[in-house]
Design a binder for this molecule. Structure first.
Ligand SMILES: C[S@@+](CC[C@H](N)C(=O)[O-])C[C@H]1O[C@@H](n2cnc3c(N)ncnc32)[C@H](O)[C@@H]1O
Length: 242
């Protein structure tokens, strides 16, 4: 694994390595992957590089234009397609049982109804299909906004009903019919370590990466992390929809 170069990239690298390994475990061959709210395609292109077939659904034309450029630059034309749409349109766009994997990273916070969005994600998955959900955790976001001097924003975030804590995120996923396979906190330490403290020391980023990996499933660190990654399996489908 190349050594991550910047503090932010420790958590991003950790997330991508985690998801790559989870998908390889469940789908050793290419999987049909939907990235809901996939934006400019950072995650989608990384997964397409591994051989998976990606569809990015996003309402933003600008994001989709960037996705197209990124896909061409990465030599992935034909492996990643962008579709303009909303999480609510998922079933119309993909159809029932049309995908092996749904990725939904940092989108639950912006949809009108997170519960309905998760139910739609479950409905487009085939039997054995999986969800990769990344959601920001309210307490950590409030703390970080307040520590950066954005106190009014921190108060609004604390009151925001679309910001969830660890147990609420897990409950939402289960209520949509998923079975939790694994949950990891992402960036619990690395997103807080001042870059100046580690940038001059050889090997420090690799140490930080190793620490992130070790603590990501610790119950306390997981709940304190800025974002929670949940990997979950769709419930059994009836023969008609599988
Ligand atoms: C914070 S960005 C996350 C992008 C990407 N998933 C990532 O992790 O880098 C949120 C994305 O959700 C998209 N979005 C906003 N409202 C949405 C909706 N109702 N359904 C699906 N995507 C939405 C935005 O256009 C944006 O690309």
């Amino acid at each position: 694994m190349p050594e991550p170069r910047r503090r932010r990239s420790v958590s991003q690298t950790h997330l991508l390595n985690l998801l790559s390994a989870q998908l390889a475990d469940h789908f050793p061959d290419a999987a049909d992957v939907i990235d809901v709210g996939g934006g400019t395609g950072g995650v989608a292109t990384a997964m397409a590089t591994l051989g998976h077939h990606l569809t990015v659904i996003d309402p933003s034309p600008d994001a989709l234009a960037s996705l197209e450029r990124r896909t061409a630059e990465a030599g992935l034309v034909g492996h990643v397609r962008g579709v303009q749409g909303d999480a609510n349109d998922l079933l119309d766009i993909i159809g029932p049982a049309g995908a092996d994997v749904v990725i939904c990273h940092r989108v639950l916070e912006v949809v009108d109804s997170p519960a309905e969005a998760l139910t739609a994600m479950a409905s487009v998955l085939r039997s054995g299909g999986v969800l990769s959900l990344l959601a920001s955790q309210r307490h950590s976001v409030v703390l970080s906004q307040a520590l950066n001097g954005h106190i009014a924003l921190a108060r609004r975030t604390f009151a925001d009903r679309n910001r969830f804590d660890h147990d609420q995120i897990i409950a939402l996923v289960q209520q949509a019919g998923f079975e939790i396979v694994a949950a990891h906190g992402i960036g619990a330490v690395s997103d807080h370590v001042p870059e100046a403290l580690v940038e001059s020391e050889p090997g420090a980023y690799a140490e930080l990466y190793a620490l992130e990996d070790e603590i990501s499933q610790d119950q306390t660190f997981r709940a304190l992390a800025p974002v929670l990654h949940v990997f979950a399996r769709a419930g059994q489908k009836s023969p008609a929809t599988a």
